[in-house]
Design a protein around this ligand. Structure first.
Ligand code: SAH
Length: 351
């Protein structure tokens, strides 16, 4: 089957086998990319309209016990000045987000032991009490099932934990031996079983990635059926072991996003900051490839340059309000509208 036939097959059956996925990633052309993007965009518009959900990210701690080789805030990076936001700081970010129409707050941070279940649950409860019409999304890495359960019971709605790669050998090239794919997958299964709207995802072009490992990612995702998928290009950070590696391809990122939309028509798919960093128009291109979520940064100006996962991260030198205005305008430029609403999986999708 040629690539176009494979994309049509995916559109009918919502799954392919590993060999078919490998073929797509290994041999896709510019025309195949355009075909997949147009199809994905049509599916998105039909389901969601030309509507984009904004989720505000609050990067509440850059302290991390992990040492992921790709990440700028890994524990071995002694050049980072470390910070933790207080509950009050976090609430201020939420207030600014709420005024701007955000109805989802994403609390993202390193794996920082200071944020015990008790502390996290308290923050979640305060946010949910103050903003009962808002969703709280967590993105704070691997924790025990009991911890995930406690935070869910405190009111958290969603959890983002990228699997990074579904290939164990590749996973081992990206992380020290104490971090395993098995443990990551256990976390993802726990999150979904507990009832979180759960997000997984990958970096495109991470060192060691091949069409075969990408195929494994797609095969994993078509079985796992995540509610959200985060996909951005890998971008090197100067103070990591991967500083000399090349950045992931924007084209392949767009192709992976489009295929994800075709595979999982209902999925909530952010056009990521990494994509916007790789190219000025990256986030617009992501929407044109089937994305329907943008996650503007709500973190206080003072901490932004300390939360550098990769070099030159977009939006670091501008305020939350400026960042929001730019993203809003970018969406308008391509005929999309930012909407106010939680944007839950499977709920508000259909005009
Ligand atoms: N500590 C949390 C959240 C922070 S990292 C966690 O581990 O889930 C969020 C995501 O940023 C990671 O999952 C990774 O896929 C992405 N990321 C980290 N470093 C990156 C880099 N150098 N280039 C592109 N994406 C990166």
């Amino acid at each position: 089957m040629n690539n176009r036939e494979l994309i049509d097959l995916l559109n009918r059956e919502h799954q392919l086998d590993a060999a078919q996925w490998t073929q797509l990633f290994a041999t896709y052309t510019e025309e195949d990319l355009e075909y997949a993007m147009a199809l994905a965009r049509g599916i998105t518009v039909q389901r969601f309209g030309r509507k984009i959900y904004f989720r505000g990210i609050v990067e509440f701690s850059n302290i991390c016990k992990n040492d992921c080789y790709y990440c700028g805030i890994r524990c071995s990076n002694r050049k980072v000045s470390r910070y933790r936001l207080t509950e009050e700081d976090i609430l201020k970010c939420c207030a600014e987000g709420y005024e701007n129409g955000f109805r989802t707050f994403v609390l993202q941070g390193g794996e920082d032991g200071w944020f015990t279940d008790e502390r996290m649950c308290s923050i979640i409860r305060v946010i949910k009490a103050r903003y009962p019409d808002c969703a709280v999304t967590l993105s704070l890495g691997e924790r025990s099932r009991a911890s995930y359960q406690a935070m869910y019971d405190a009111g958290a709605d969603r959890y983002l934990l990228r699997h990074e790669t579904a290939d164990a050998e590749h996973y081992a090239k990206l992380h020290p031996a104490v971090q395993t794919l098995e443990s990551r997958m256990q976390c993802l299964n726990d999150l979904k079983e507990i009832g979180y709207q759960t997000g997984c995802g990958i970096m495109v072009g991470s060192p060691g990635q091949t069409p075969e490992t990408l195929a494994k990612d797609m095969v994993f995702m078509q079985a796992f059926k995540p509610h959200m998928v985060g996909i951005g290009p890998f971008l090197p950070h100067q103070d990591t072991p991967f500083k000399d590696e090349s950045a992931g391809s924007v084209q392949t990122t767009l192709f992976a996003l489009a295929l994800c939309r075709i595979m999982l028509p209902q999925v909530l798919l952010p056009s990521t900051t990494a994509l916007g960093t790789a190219e000025d128009s990256g986030r617009k291109a992501g929407v044109l490839a089937g994305c329907n979520v943008i996650m503007p940064n709500l973190s206080p100006m003072e901490v932004r340059e300390k939360y550098m996962l990769y070099d030159n991260k977009a939006g670091t030198n501008i305020s939350a309000a400026q960042g929001i205005a730019i993203l809003r305008r970018q969406m308008e430029e391509i005929g999309y509208e930012v909407v106010v609403g939680r944007g839950d999986f499977g709920k508000e999708n259909r005009k």
